[in-house]
Write a protein that binds this ligand. Structure first.
Ligand SMILES: Cc1cc2nc3c(=O)[nH]c(=O)nc-3n(C[C@H](O)[C@H](O)[C@H](O)COP(=O)(O)OP(=O)(O)OC[C@H]3O[C@@H](n4cnc5c(N)ncnc54)[C@H](O)[C@@H]3O)c2cc1C
Length: 490
């Protein structure tokens, strides 16, 4: 049977495309999901589901979180507007000015109206992301601007709602069906996909195909090839189905690679985390409160400014830097003053504990003498400036040590002292395909590939070196919606 639109993948970008295609007149829409039903949903299922988007007035958030003021008195007064310029500034700062300006413009410009579309058409429910984005200061909760709202039940809710909405719209979903190759007519137009399903090989014809099947983060051979060593040893935070299949299929027919192919998103995670994401653990292995303490490597040395910026703007880069430390192992160390401020996700593992720094260090697999020296030097240098404020760049810094700590550099002087071992876990890769503003795939002759569209992690050019929290899902939704509309019109 032939379809109007085939969407390859079962994550946020794929469903934004499938639902948009249906909404824009495509009658027969097919979603191919390589994973079995119980592992469906790609990285989207594992995500914290925080979305970064623009708003000029805080009241524009009311439609997503109508009870915010009741639940968190002072919400409207405390949250700063997040206009286009602020999103652009954040994106360009962390990507060292390299984010593709056209794609960045589309992402930013359409972020708010796509949130409204997710709510109305996608049937998403939203809530404030208290556990990861809210910081309690006294009796109030402080919120960062731009990225503080997530779907209810996080990625699990986001993914579940997408499948439900798609089914209600009559979109066909085939599980355990991995696309392997695109078919093309003599004109070069993409005419469908060849996939391996439960009953063997099958060819599905379509007027247009949207590739939305993730990056190559799960594939150790491609990670080594493009990211280098030791990425082939990295733990994978999310789906174990994203092997770069869609990228390969598109490159095989001449699609243009675009963006930062040696770059990826990786975060500090529990060193004992499983090798791949586990459905029920979702993103709970993250260890992102490092800015409140210090990190030492197995040589017993600090090696980075833990307080360089708000963690939403450093976490996606620090995972890779941790991975490159000796044995890809680092210890986060905190004192009693900040334990109540650690993200709730820390409660999913037991830390090392002691009433003295010496007693703590002895339990870690580090050079003990050097580690104690590092912590004593840090304590002599720390505590300059202030006052301490976990909700803002507070300027509490160190003096006279390398690397310095620029913010939140309180002394480690209050027992109990605790330490969490962490490694770097890969989330997704940045390298992708070049697309037009209509999400159509461009070939290496700079012409368009008729009938082929892409979205989500497969889009190249947006992220380089680093990434501002909450942008992956927003990008998937914005470009998925555009890709679905373009595919329906094709
Ligand atoms: C632990 C974790 C937490 C995160 N938290 C956030 C967050 O809070 N905010 C945010 O913005 N981003 C977050 N992200 C990133 C975000 O999840 C991704 O950017 C986003 O989900 C990517 O969507 P996607 O649809 O492109 O890919 P995915 O959601 O990964 O979907 C890819 C789909 O393609 C399928 N597939 C793969 N190969 C084939 C094939 N050959 N044929 C058919 N199907 C195939 C997969 O099974 C999967 O269903 C997080 C990621 C992780 C892992």
């Amino acid at each position: 049977m032939d379809y109007d639109v085939i969407v390859v993948g079962g994550g946020n970008a794929a469903f934004a495309a499938a639902v948009s295609a249906r909404e824009n007149g495509a009658k027969r829409v097919l979603v191919l999901e390589k994973a079995p039903k119980e592992k469906r949903g790609g990285n989207t299922h594992f995500s914290g589901a925080v979305f970064r988007f623009i708003y000029d007035r805080v009241s524009e958030l009311d439609r997503f979180v109508p009870d915010a003021e009741r639940d968190y008195p002072g919400f409207h007064r405390g949250v700063q507007p997040y206009p286009k310029e602020a999103f652009r500034e954040d994106l360009m700062r962390v990507t060292q000015g390299r984010s593709d300006p056209e794609l960045a413009g589309i992402l930013i410009e359409h972020s708010y109206d796509t949130m409204c579309w997710l709510q109305e058409t996608g049937k998403m429910e939203f809530e404030l992301a208290l556990s990861v984005m809210g910081v309690r200061v006294g009796n109030e909760v402080k919120w960062p601007r731009g990225a503080m709202i997530r779907t209810a039940h996080e990625g699990v809710g986001l993914s579940r709602t997408w499948f439900k909405t798609a089914e209600q719209m009559g979109i066909e979903i085939r599980y355990e069906t991995g696309a392997q190759r695109l078919t093309q007519g003599e004109s070069g137009r993409v005419t469908g996909v060849v996939a391996r399903g439960p009953d063997g090989m099958a060819t599905f014809g379509a007027k247009a195909v949207v590739l939305a099947c993730g990056g190559f983060e799960t594939n150790p051979e491609w990670r080594l090839r493009y990211l280098g060593s030791p990425w082939d040893h990295a733990k994978v935070r999310g789906s174990n189905f994203n092997y770069g299949d869609g990228l390969k299929m598109a490159l095989d027919i001449g699609a243009m690679p675009w963006g930062h192919w040696s770059g990826c998103h990786a975060t500090p995670i529990n060193a004992e985390a499983p090798d791949y994401g586990v459905q029920h653990l979702t993103d709970k292995t993250n260890r992102l409160s490092y800015f409140l303490g210090v990190m030492i490597n197995v040589e017993g040395k600090r090696w980075i400014d833990e307080g360089a910026d708000i963690n939403s703007f450093t976490y996606a880069q620090y995972g890779g830097l941790i991975l490159k430390q000796p044995r890809s192992l680092v210890y986060q160390i905190f004192d009693g003053k900040v334990l109540s401020l650690l993200e709730p996700r820390y409660s999913t593992s037991e830390p090392f504990r002691s009433d003295t720094l010496e007693g703590l260090v002895k339990q870690l697999q580090v050079d003990h003498k050097q580690a104690l020296k590092t912590l004593e030097e840090y304590n002599r240098a720390a505590g300059r400036g202030g006052p301490f404020n976990p909700a803002a760049l507070d300027g509490v810094h160190t003096d006279g040590i390398e690397p310095k700590k620029s913010n939140w550099a309180q002394k480690l002087d209050t027992p109990p002292f605790v330490s969490y071992p962490v490694t770097g876990g890969i989330t997704f890769t940045f390298g992708g395909l070049k697309i037009t503003k209509d999400a159509q795939v461009v070939a290496t002759d700079w012409k368009l590939i008729p009938g082929l569209y892409t979205c989500g992690e497969m889009v190249g050019g947006l992220f380089h070196y680093n990434y501002p929290l909450g942008t992956g899902l927003m990008s998937g939704a914005v470009f998925g919606r555009i890709a679905g509309r373009s595919a329906a019109r094709a």
